[in-house]
Design a binder for this molecule. Structure first.
Ligand SMILES: N=CN[C@@H](CCC(=O)O)C(=O)O
Ligand SMILES: [Zn+2]
Length: 413
């Protein structure tokens, strides 16, 4: 069954320069008076409305804007409980500290499988309703072999990509070195069949550089892709470790020095913008909602882009630092407060997220279609705004602009 989405006022393709998009013949960026044909789960055609082929059905976009669905490459959705009191204390001037993770860990361990499954499904539904079509989430509120494995299993049922974050916090009373051994050994073995990625919170109050290095090495040796929570609460080793280990992404990046930015930029030196040649480097993932909720200095997204670093924007939805899955809100904030243009922010929240999850091109070894950009053969993940252009995301902050969402060719909102 094919569907022609016609009369699109503005189409943000975000596809790579040089990548085939035969119908349009244009490079990365924006098409006006456009149309897209979906065929099953894939995009079959992209181009001008006037040239659109016939399809089984037609949807009239009535001049509205279409973007790729948001690719949310950083969230922590497997949790129970609430941290309102901690948030209120923070708004009264208290600083965020990693220890709050322990509160959520206790509530999560106490929840039944059914309760966690219900909470997770509701959170995924909220994300989709806001235009997210591809979603990563992490373990990290189990912090014990059985509970981490349970979180991984439940996450794998509900989202597209699962990350093992046993190295989120050393549980109260545990010896840090012995806990790191557990994360690198029995816990990793239990979680491994259910996850594609591993992450470590390399920060004061969480895991030291040496402990983080051990976790990254063990998880790399187990065949997992790597990600790092780094430089969130202060300067530190997270960014450099991420680059050294070839991590796909380092996330937060609030406290960077020139050397950190140079290391990230160097990681992209061999990557051609065409995406066909050279290995991608380490994406810098910024989390604007988290920065606001923790009253942290905003991550230097503008400086990172100017240095040639590929940037992603993600929600970091979690009960401690960022209790929102609204990528639209994050994009708005990146434009209004981080100095990105609208198209830079849209790209970071679509193509950038896909790059951070290494799902940005073609069909990979898993046979999965590319996400995060609109090009022939890619997965048909589209976000139709109730607005004539993506600029309205920043021009009309906070307004409910998600009009329709297609995920793998199916209308989900
Ligand atoms: N920084 C580490 N982890 C989460 C917060 C987790 C929590 O406080 O519950 C984050 O990405 O912000
Ligand atoms: Zn996080």
């Amino acid at each position: 069954m094919s569907l022609l989405i016609d009369a699109i006022g503005e189409l943000s393709t975000q596809h790579l320069t040089g990548e085939a998009s035969p119908a349009s013949g244009e490079g990365a960026g924006v098409l006006r008076d456009a149309a897209v044909v979906l065929d099953g789960e894939r995009i079959a055609w992209v181009g001008r409305s006037a040239d659109a082929p016939a399809a089984d059905e037609r949807f009239d976009a009535q001049g509205r804007a279409v973007l790729p669905g948001w690719v949310d490459s950083h969230s922590h959705l497997v949790f129970a409980g609430d941290r309102t009191a901690e948030f209120e204390a923070r708004m009264a001037g208290q600083a965020y500290a990693a220890g709050g993770i322990g509160v959520t860990t206790a509530a999560t361990r106490a929840a039944s499988d059914g309760e966690l499954r219900r909470l997770l499904a509701a959170r995924v539904a909220e994300a989709v309703a806001g235009g997210t079509t591809y979603l990563e989430t992490k373990t990290g509120y189990g912090l014990e072999v059985g509970h981490e494995a349970r979180s991984a299993v439940l996450a794998a049922e509900a989202v597209d990509e699962v990350t093992y974050l046993g190295a989120h916090l050393v549980p109260a009373g545990a010896d840090p070195e012995a806990y790191t051994d557990l994360v690198c050994g029995p816990m990793l073995d239990a979680v491994r069949p259910h996850v594609r990625w591993a992450d470590v919170f390399c920060e004061a109050g969480a895991f030291t550089e040496e402990q983080s290095r051990r976790v990254l090495a063990a998880c790399r040796d187990a065949g997992l892709g790597l990600r790092v929570h780094g430089n969130q609460l202060g300067p530190g080793a997270g960014v450099r470790l991420a680059v050294e280990f070839g991590a796909a992404s380092v996330d937060h990046v609030n406290f960077l020095d020139e050397g950190d930015i140079a290391a990230l930029a160097d990681s992209w030196a061999a990557w051609a913008d065409g995406g066909a040649a050279g290995a991608p480097g380490t994406v810098a993932t910024v989390l604007p909602a988290c920065d606001l909720s923790t009253r942290a200095p905003l991550a230097p997204a503008r400086a990172l882009l100017d240095a040639g670093v590929q940037v992603a924007i993600a929600s970091n939805c979690n009960p401690g630092t960022s209790y929102t899955s609204s990528v639209s809100f994050c994009v708005t904030t990146a434009v209004l407060q981080m100095g990105l243009t609208v198209q830079e922010a849209v790209r970071a929240a679509t193509f950038g997220g896909a790059l951070a999850l290494r799902r940005h091109v073609g069909a990979d070894a898993d046979g999965q279609r590319a996400v995060g950009s609109i090009a022939v053969g890619h997965r048909a993940d589209l976000h139709l705004l109730d607005a004539p252009s993506a600029t309205h995301l920043a021009y009309r902050p906070g307004m409910p602009l998600t009009h329709a969402v297609w995920r793998a060719g199916t209308r989900v909102r």
